[in-house]
Design a protein around this ligand. Structure first.
Ligand code: NAD
Length: 436
């Protein structure tokens, strides 16, 4: 079953020669778990067990939330410039320590973006709505927020979550993927070195029990989730039922529409890279190509072996996400037919059109019901001053990750109507009670 929680749970006591274990991060300390339940971490290339991650006990998870809650008032009260300084130091430490070892700078773009919090968190004002009266709004943090991350992009996706939440003044409980918890632990150490006070970020580990704990705990106000639909729908439903804000970025089936007027050489290269790069384990991987009209003839050049492939849109490999290096190839006679195929698919994460005709590109961008559209760009992930706007079955919630929407997700508005009368002007001012 595509059950997704793949780690094997062990109840055995640890022995001296066992692989290293991952610690918890609670109230500024990296601590060993007291659990007797451990999940193996595998090297995906060799399947060798390279470490073990604890399934945090209830007491440990309670302690982590309590630390978040204790740290919140002082952190929310810290000046926005001081929080910005922590983030400025953090992005530099990530560059100095991690970018050389991990993939590239794109993993910290959201951290860099979070440094512009002083502009992003501005409220609104409306002076003189009547005599002596002004109206203005503040953006304020929510309290304790939580994040649940997937295995792919083990550093980048946690960095979509806690830096944005924390720079707004929230404290954060993170549950990394049990398959790749190490990157989050490194990120926590660097955040501590950047000056984030004890308790502002806490990390627990585990699978279903940790997820249920986060969905149910009354002190957690908001949950950010990235991962599969199976887990995301469940977390959205359970967290929302408990009155929390939930944003859930989920699975995808991204289509690249290839028009016959496209630059053939460039398009075929882009398609192959976007379908098979990162072993297809990107939510924005282009896993389906639609060859329109004469572009159908390009199939042999795209992948020789896929020539014989016959795909019916009713087949499971088309309807469900494969999340691997597989490109499904469909054919369409016209652009309208291609748009219908894309819009009939339940997912709305990303799509691309390859064409040299501006009117075709414009029509596609406007008619296609997908949240992120590339024009001759195969993987159109927006830069973080915009938001990650997957739609339909690829997203649950109403406020997206990062950009302005990310700030909205992690803040609430307080609107203040105030009247300051000059002493001798009181008799000429209007009444401020509700009219009856
Ligand atoms: P996953 O859903 O298996 O795991 C994600 C998190 O949910 C983990 O922390 C895991 O412990 C927890 N979890 C897993 N199954 C659960 C369940 N049944 N109940 C409660 N919690 C559960 O996802 P994954 O395999 O780690 O990641 C791959 C998936 O993530 C793909 O579907 C991919 O498209 C998606 N993804 C989406 C985006 C996006 O922005 N839309 C980005 C990256 C990955």
């Amino acid at each position: 079953k595509r059950g997704r929680v793949r780690g094997r749970l062990r109840h055995l006591p640890m022995k001296p020669n066992d692989p290293p274990t991952v610690k918890l991060f609670i109230d500024g300390k990296f601590v060993d778990s007291k659990t007797d339940k451990w999940i193996d971490i595998h090297n995906p290339a060799t399947n060798e067990v390279i470490g073990r991650v604890p399934q945090s006990t209830k007491a440990e998870m309670d302690a982590a939330v309590a630390a978040c809650k204790r740290a919140f008032p002082a952190w929310a009260d810290t000046s926005i410039l001081s929080r910005q300084q922590v983030l400025l130091r953090y992005q530099q430490l990530i560059k100095d320590n991690l970018v050389r070892n991990l993939t590239g700078v794109f993993l910290l773009e959201v951290v860099e973006h979070a440094c512009s919090v002083t502009s992003l968190m501005l409220g609104e004002t409306m002076p003189s709505i009547t005599k002596d009266m002004d109206l203005y709004s503040y953006r304020l943090p929510l309290g304790v927020c939580a994040g649940i991350a997937p295995f792919n992009f083990p550093a980048m996706i946690p960095l979509w979550m806690f830096p944005m939440a924390m720079v707004c003044g929230n404290t954060f409980l993170m549950k990394p993927s049990e398959r790749v918890p190490g990157a989050t632990m490194l990120l926590a150490k660097l955040l501590q070195d950047s000056g984030a006070p004890d308790g502002t970020l806490n990390i627990i580990h585990g699978q279903h029990e940790a997820v249920n704990f986060i969905c149910d705990h009354p002190d957690i106000k908001a949950i950010s989730f990235v991962g599969s639909n199976q887990a995301g729908e469940y977390i959205f439903e359970r967290g929302s039922r408990n009155g929390k804000r939930v944003q859930a970025n989920m699975g995808a089936k991204n289509h690249g529409v290839v028009m016959p007027d496209a630059n053939k050489e460039n398009t075929l290269n882009q398609l192959v890279g976007a379908a098979f790069g990162a072993a297809g384990q990107r939510c924005m991987a282009l896993s389906t190509a639609i060859l329109v009209g004469e572009a159908k003839k390009w199939l042999p050049e795209l992948v020789e072996r896929t020539k014989k492939l016959r795909v019916n849109p009713n087949m499971t490999c088309y309807k469900e996400e494969i999340f691997g290096p597989v490109l499904v190839v469909l054919e369409a006679e016209t652009l309208d037919e291609a748009i219908k195929i894309v819009n009939d698919n339940p997912y709305g994460n990303g799509t691309a059109i390859f064409t040299t005709n501006g009117a075709t590109a414009r029509k596609y961008s406007h008619m296609v019901d997908v949240g992120q559209v590339g024009v001759n760009v195969p993987i159109p992930v927006p830069l973080p001053m915009f938001s990650f706007t997957g739609s339909r079955s690829s997203f649950r919630g109403d406020t997206n990750f990062y950009g302005k929407q990310g700030i909205q997700f992690y803040t609430q508005l307080k609107t203040i109507t105030s009247q300051w009368k000059e002493e001798d002007a009181s008799l000429s001012s209007p009444a401020v009670v509700m009219p009856t």
